[in-house]
Design a protein around this ligand. Structure first.
Ligand code: CA
Length: 218
């Protein structure tokens, strides 16, 4: 049985979420304080964390950042009333696996949880490479030739998607859904922004824009 940690200070919401998860067969624990939630998440007892943004003592983005340092593979779904693109990008770049804007339906939450639990990698040990770019999926380290390149969680995920399909044109929808993990607005410029970040780090010619179609790793 999967064990889920809910870090949420609004009792109305945490009770609603807890009931929904329990009726779907998950074990869950609710913590209403930021620092306590972080410490609980870091015990290693959980398969997934549902994390509110606005919390007493430590906000959700900071908790997320610290979880990513200590437990890079732990799936985290942010729960928030804020739905602006800016906050979404901040949350996802901070390493959230998904993002759910309040109010949400319990079925929607359960679908996201199922999908995140399925995707959790089981100790990947492979290295992907194409041309001079290589990614070690175990250590999450990227290199261009002999040079180690510092990639954010999201940049790494994008580079990984390209490396899994070298020389193929990947559509915007494909990249958004695989890397950002849910129905992002295809008109959003978040992908273009991240492709630019990645080009700056791995080489401006490494990723080709295929007009009207998407991007391709060369
Ligand atoms: Ca809150």
């Amino acid at each position: 049985m999967s064990n889920i940690l809910i870090v949420e200070d609004e009792e109305r919401i945490s009770i609603f979420v807890k009931r929904g998860l329990q009726s779907a067969g998950y074990a869950c624990t609710v913590i209403s304080d930021g620092v306590e939630g972080l410490l609980e998440a870091q015990t290693g007892a959980y398969d997934l964390v549902l994390l509110d943004v606005g919390l007493p003592t430590l906000d959700g983005f900071e908790i997320l950042r610290l979880i990513r340092v200590s437990h890079p593979q732990l799936p985290v779904i942010m729960l928030t009333a804020r739905s602006s693109v800016e906050d979404t990008v901040l949350g996802l770049d901070g390493g959230a696996n998904d993002y759910l804007a309040k109010p949400f339906k319990v079925d929607e939450l359960l679908a996201r949880i199922r999908s995140r639990l399925r995707e959790t990698p089981s100790a990947p040990s492979t290295e992907l490479s194409h041309g001079s770019l290589s990614l070690d999926l175990r250590t999450r380290r990227a290199r261009v030739g002999d040079r180690v390149v510092d990639l954010s969680v999201r940049e790494f995920a994008l580079a990984e998607e390209f490396l899994r399909h070298p020389e193929q044109v990947l559509s915007r929808e494909q990249l958004l859904s695989r890397v950002w993990g849910y129905d992002f607005d295809p008109g959003s410029n978040v992908l273009d922004v991240y492709v630019r970040y990645l080009r700056n780090k791995i080489g401006v010619d490494a990723i080709e824009t295929v007009r009207g179609m998407g991007y391709r790793l060369r």
